[in-house]
Design a protein around this ligand. Structure first.
Ligand SMILES: *Cc1c(COP(=O)(O)O)cnc(C)c1O
Length: 404
């Protein structure tokens, strides 16, 4: 294992003057979301100089989305978050262009959208805001840790336009109505079900299980450009697509993102998933070895909480023995050069996680070396504990202090 020699990915940072970042946290908006592969890069570059009929380009996308998801149709938008807003708007307006132009004024339209209380998460912005942007009224069902069938059926009335189901490690993972039962109850009431599957590898399962619309990010596991994919029943997709004459304008997707997303889907189809899993496993084993026998550090391989075919390394830290908390270790890794950004949203439980899915060549060994160095520093008492209040609020404070 060596970190000597410069890798291709490092040249970008010298040329741009930005801080080198190794992303072991997952596909995070704050880190640029995704590393696009060569076919995607080439597709984006190929279309940029040219004029195209955007409806024709979206029809190409629809064909590819339909083939990969098993849905009737699809289109590309700016992000999964935009996809949620446009899908809900489409369920409210149907194919009425005047209504689409009036939004977010929803007068005269069905505009209530039901969602289980445990699904009201924050993925970098509140999911309920992506609903309200359409002019929808959010109707939470049940409580955060318990939702029962009668609460869902009781929340549906003649003003209800749609139901939203969120699949994510961000949502409460117990006590919610399972997807199949949710779909059955909604369909009994003639209510369309929209699934936010932004971060899910499974492109077919939700459509197969009855979702009327399923939404994915192009810039997460697909490794595409920044974009969102909406897949579903043809009439529902068309109504969501219609919103581009209205509220969708501010969520405009570029031709390069549409063409790049098509390329990403085709690359996904051709991807050697077994080989990628093997490489990811090798990274986890390498990091496990780097941490073995370190006092107060207990690392284990854990599966993805929403059953994506992806394992991560969970590093439990006993601060009294390790010499520093999990939070201090995450901060020290992020403060280095290159910055190693770990998955730290559960750090208050005493662990961080390393996600191997975005590694570039040479980075696996660099992460192992940095892990070893930071653990050494911890046991030598050389790490400072980040202030808890500062740490907790940094995602927002980084906006408030940006540019200063
Ligand atoms: C990432 C994510 C989103 C937002 O996706 P974007 O494409 O970045 O807008 C929405 N919902 C869930 C569950 C996510 O994981």
């Amino acid at each position: 294992m060596t970190t000597s020699g410069t890798h291709d990915w490092q040249a970008f940072y010298s040329a741009s003057g930005m801080t080198p970042v190794i992303n072991v946290s997952g596909t995070m908006t704050g880190l640029g979301a995704s590393s696009a592969g060569q076919p995607v890069v080439e597709a984006c570059a190929a279309i940029l100089p040219h004029f195209v009929r955007m409806h024709e380009l979206q029809a190409l996308a629809s064909e590819t989305i339909a083939r990969l998801t098993g849905a009737e149709a699809g289109f590309v938008t700016a992000s999964a978050s935009a996809g949620i807003t446009l899908s809900i708007a489409g369920c409210m307006t149907g194919l009425d262009p005047a209504a689409a132009e009036r939004l977010p004024d929803a007068s005269g339209l069905k505009n209530e959208v039901v969602i289980q209380a445990g699904h009201l998460c924050h993925y970098g912005a509140p999911v309920d805001q992506s609903m309200r942007l359409a002019g929808a009224a959010v109707v939470p069902v049940g409580q955060s840790t318990q939702v029962l069938d009668h609460q869902l059926t009781g929340a549906i009335n003649e003003r209800t336009a749609a139901a939203l189901y969120v699949v994510s490690h961000h949502v409460v993972d117990y006590g919610q109505i399972p997807f199949d039962a949710f779909v059955a109850l909604c369909h009994e009431a003639n209510l369309p079900v929209i699934v936010d599957a932004a971060s899910e590898y499974d492109l077919t399962g939700f459509i197969e299980a009855g979702a009327d619309l399923a939404i994915y990010s192009a810039h997460k596991f697909l490794g595409g450009p920044t974009a969102g994919l909406v897949a579903g029943a043809a009439d529902r997709v068309r109504a969501a697509y219609l919103q581009n004459i209205g509220i969708g304008r501010g969520m405009k997707v570029g031709k390069e993102s549409i063409y790049g997303a098509i390329a990403a889907l085709k690359a996904w189809e051709a991807r050697d998933h077994a080989a990628i899993r093997k490489a990811e496993r090798q990274a986890l084993d390498t990091w496990l070895a780097a941490l073995a026998g370190r006092p107060g550090i207990d690392a284990t391989i854990v599966p993805d909480p929403t059953n994506n075919p992806l394992d991560r390394l969970r590093i439990n830290v006993d601060p009294a023995v390790a010499g520093a908390s999990a939070r201090a270790i995450a901060a020290a890794l992020a403060a280095g050069d290159p910055a190693v950004i770990v998955r730290d949203h559960e750090v208050e439980q005493g662990w961080i996680q390393l996600d191997p899915c975005n590694l570039l060549p040479g980075q696996m060994a660099m992460v192992a070396e940095r892990l070893a160095a930071v653990c050494e520093a911890a046991s030598g008492g050389r790490l400072t504990e980040p202030d808890l209040t500062v740490w907790r609020n940094q995602s927002v404070d980084s906006y408030l202090t940006w540019g200063r």
